[in-house]
Design a protein. Sequence first.
Length: 221
Amino acid sequence: MIKTISSNDKEGKLSFITDMSTSLANAIRRSVLEIPTMAIDEAEIIKNDSALYDEIIAHRMGLIPIKADKGTKELKFKLKEVGPKTVYSTDLHPSTDTEYKLPIVLLDEEQELEVLCEARLGKGIDHIKYSPGLVYYRHNIDPGILDFVVIDDEGKASFNEEELNQKKLTEADLNKIKKTKKVNELIFNIESWGQIKSKDIFLRAVDALNENLEELEKAIK
């Protein structure tokens, strides 16, 4: 069962309630790093008059989300700016095709920055710059209760009643905690960096998990 709580393509966010187990949810979360995405992998700093070292400039550019057509394995970009100005990811040519305007460096009067770079396909398991977004989940339960309840992989809740009685909790909170026996639902959240829609991140992570399971099945036969 999956029930959408909120979905905002403009902000790249998706939240839904699901009755999947924590083991499956965690497997899908980890599989997000198996999704191929594009990121700047090589930067040639031709000129850099800014206050930042070349390595810092290259590192910042490597974290810029890049949207690419399916089948594209490599893209080349150029950046040439003169101060005074703030250099943003939107100054890259051609465009990265994402909505984000990320600052790279601040140039003072007559300072110049010129960079040639190449973006390649990669996976987050190899380098986090290829991660398509942030994925996390929690049990669908009052967050205040989570501080006092331990929930196992099967959703069974347990607590130390003696320890609970020592806490300064209201009677209503105590009753709510003691009535919590099993938690059957998770709230699953996805935030896209811009390369892929949040919904597609989930679907592609499931595909990646299935492919890995198929390879495992072949390996153990």
